[in-house]
Write a protein that binds this ligand. Sequence first.
Ligand SMILES: Cc1cc2nc3c(=O)[nH]c(=O)nc-3n(C[C@H](O)[C@H](O)[C@H](O)COP(=O)(O)OP(=O)(O)OC[C@H]3O[C@@H](n4cnc5c(N)ncnc54)[C@H](O)[C@@H]3O)c2cc1C
Length: 370
Amino acid sequence: MAEKIDCAVIGAGVVGLSIARTLALAGREVVILEAESAFGTHTSARNSEVIHAGIYYPTGSLKARLCVEGRKLLYQYCAERGVNHRRIGKVIVASDESQLEGLTKYKKQAEINGVDDLRMLSRDELVEIEPAVASVAGFMSPSTGIIDSHGLMLAYLGDAENKSASLALNSPVTGGAVTGDGIQLEVGGAEPMSIVCKTVVNAAGHGAPAVSRSITGIPAATIPTSYYSIGHYYTLTGKTPFNHLVYPVARHDWLGVHVTIDLGGRCKFGPDFSWRDSLDYRFDESREARFYEAIRRYYPGLKDGALQPGYTGMRPRITGQGQEAVDFVIQDHTVHGVHGMVNLYGIESPGLTSSLAIGGHVGGLVAGDR
Ligand SMILES: Cc1cc2nc3c(=O)[nH]c(=O)nc-3n(C[C@H](O)[C@H](O)[C@H](O)COP(=O)(O)OP(=O)(O)OC[C@H]3O[C@@H](n4cnc5c(N)ncnc54)[C@H](O)[C@@H]3O)c2cc1C
């Protein structure tokens, strides 16, 4: 006999944990099913740890709305719960005249998205605040920050466990079916089991399309294909010459090799962008020459040998090579027809910043489906 469960959240990354927290705070009994032996070991542990302001995302997109809302909630939450973070600010720079148009576009888009604190910087101001950066123009985003993503996940999990949530590690969802009684899930691991849930939220990141495909009754036409794109980070040896995060104007569908400073004061550059065939975090050291070239466009003082391989992260893409990146996809029964099921796909950047707002959004969908 399958055990009956109120609510299962699949995936214990920052998004799954935030959703579990919201549902537990709303009085639901939640089991978080995580395939790995620890929470937050995939995308949530392999990102830039930047609290984004919400500048770049298309008008009316979930990314724009949930980032701006999520950023405000996140600063408040971090202050209340003592999660380590810093409102360090970011300068976005044009390294030559050809990028000025890009800067103007960002400013306009930011205003449409409700990011109203961007400030244009004169060339003199730029030299004063970031003397190591070569640029012809730029602006400051004071509400961009950095955060300890592990500490954030720990706080979400603590809030959820203090209510009625529990985390089941080594518990991969391997299949399931939509039944008259609820959604049945097959859970693998040392002691495989079947559970029947009133509510299932599929927040399995890279694994989310595969999880949906393994559950009989979710229409195949609503499930996107997974694509894999990798980003490398290089760290800078020695003291950081930067006082803020520094982002060059983006050149493709990514934000360029930018400067991030972590909470320990270390400086890293990245992520870059290339496609892979599968989830494969191996560091490709042949990227190094391209990093030197891209960084020297705005940081000409970069010395040979100063970069060290750091780490990689992989974007959970649902569009492939040559296709536009799409918005976050969050589907409830109005899309796939299965009451009690919410599927999240393509939760790439700014998913960390948006995590509390995504939790609230999904909580609203679940509450509206009872
Ligand atoms: C290079 C890079 C840089 C980024 N930088 C930023 C940034 O600076 N700021 C920002 O806001 N966002 C950033 N992001 C985006 C952010 O990191 C993600 O949106 C966020 O971490 C996604 O969290 P998640 O919980 O959806 O996914 P994940 O963290 O990947 O969690 C999914 C979980 O599901 C589990 N799982 C998978 N399959 C199964 C299964 N069958 N059964 C059970 N469990 C399963 C996995 O083990 C995993 O733990 C970045 C992303 C990348 C790739």
